[in-house]
Design a protein around this ligand. Structure first.
Ligand SMILES: [Zn+2]
Length: 385
């Protein structure tokens, strides 16, 4: 048994002052205020001083980092990426593919499935853990493809989805799809039956088409506002549905580049602390110097925090700890509510009950922050080094 103590802890629904977190076998045994809790004398106590303990962050949309793209990374690439993620408070992530030739996607899915299965067998370490795959593309709109290569976009069919599913050995956890495409409703219903979270994105859907997608089983929205039909007051389109339907959760890239800070505020007010989720959409250039990088098979130039491919935004170099701090700065939200968008809410979207929260029976995954919200340490599966 290990006991962690700190100045405060966000569960994140509650704030506990002077907490003691008892950890055993990678899981949280108990969380309680220090003066309510007897710590057995033989316990190894780790005092984190003035720090704040928050649940480890969960990134459901990430293409790479530390110089590696998840579609091409080898074993050492995943190790570097996962260590870099944990330096930014991320304890779990969903590696995200981009549109490429079907065969390239299939071989990436196989390698990602290997990494997910290997990670599940590893002893807890300082590496963020991949939990499932986010398939972004090829079932997306030509009109809203962003930098996804147009020649490789494919109309959605159950047959192709099943090829992806088999290659990924069932590890596809999230799929981004444009609901207005021919065949999309069948694929949405099929993927939802498979237990996949279906997210609407890279979409030019009208309000009616978005509602049909939701009726078929879509329940999330991918990088809301970006690569989406814009909101118009007489033609609200997909954004009208995403922003007003309380059953839909939705994510944003809060880097201050993809969305004006005022739009971040508007989004957060519309979706509220229950349904808003932060993603990074980070690419291999994250945590690396400016220069030329790959996003799948797309060449991207990174300069001053902006990732561009032929003048179009191509992912980000955002880290999750910064996204949380940006929410506090852009919208005036406190650390507790901002943290929730990067922990409890993504865990909920992905159907995990024992992640994204700090309570008895949950995994011992937490980030240790200073008073400015900067990451001092990330504890994954109770591993403290
Ligand atoms: Zn995208």
């Amino acid at each position: 048994m290990i006991a962690f103590t700190a100045k405060s802890l966000l569960t994140p629904l509650e704030r506990i002052v002077h907490p003691v977190v008892m950890v055993e076998g990678g899981m949280i045994h108990s969380v309680a205020p220090r003066d309510h809790k007897e710590v057995p004398s033989a316990t190894n106590v780790i005092d984190l001083g003035d720090a704040v303990i928050v649940p480890g962050f969960i990134d459901i949309h990430i293409h790479g980092g530390a110089g590696y793209d998840v579609m091409r990374a080898d074993t050492s690439g995943f190790e570097a990426l996962e260590q870099s993620l944990s330096r930014h408070g991320v304890s779990a992530y969903f590696p995200t593919t981009v549109t490429a030739p079907v065969d390239a996607i299939l071989s990436s899915l196989e390698r990602l499935a290997n990494e997910i299965e290997d990670a599940a067998k590893r002893k807890p370490s300082n590496r963020a853990v991949p939990l499932g795959i986010h398939l972004e593309g090829p079932f997306i709109s030509h009109a809203r493809r962003g930098v996804h290569p147009p020649a490789n976009l494919v109309p959605p069919t159950i047959a192709i989805f099943e090829r992806f599913w088999q290659a990924a050995r069932g590890h596809i956890a999230l799929v981004t799809i444009a609901p207005e495409l021919d065949g999309a409703e069948e694929v949405i219903a099929h993927a939802a039956r498979r237990g996949v979270c279906v997210s609407m994105g890279h979409s030019d859907a009208t309000l009616d088409a978005a509602r049909a997608g939701v009726a078929a089983g879509a329940r999330h929205a991918t990088h809301t506002f970006n690569a989406m039909r814009p909101l118009n007051h007489r033609d609200p389109g997909i954004l009208g549905e995403v922003l007003t339907n309380p059953k839909i959760t939705a994510d944003i890239i809060a880097d201050g580049i993809h969305l004006d800070p005022t739009i971040v505020k508007l989004f957060l007010e519309a979706k509220g602390p229950d349904s808003a989720v932060l993603i990074t959409d980070a690419i291999s250039a994250t945590d690396m110097p400016d220069g030329c990088y790959l996003l799948g098979e797309v060449e991207v130039e990174v300069k001053d925090g902006k990732c561009l491919a032929n003048g179009t935004l191509a992912g980000s170099v955002l880290t999750m700890d910064r996204a949380v701090r940006n929410v506090m700065q852009f919208a005036g939200w406190d650390l507790q509510r901002a943290t929730r968008l990067a922990s409890l809410n993504p865990a909920h979207v992905m159907g995990f009950k024992n992640r994204g929260r700090l309570e008895s029976g949950a995994r011992a995954d937490f980030a240790v922050l200073n008073s400015k919200g900067e990451v001092l340490q990330t504890v994954i599966g109770g591993n403290y080094s």
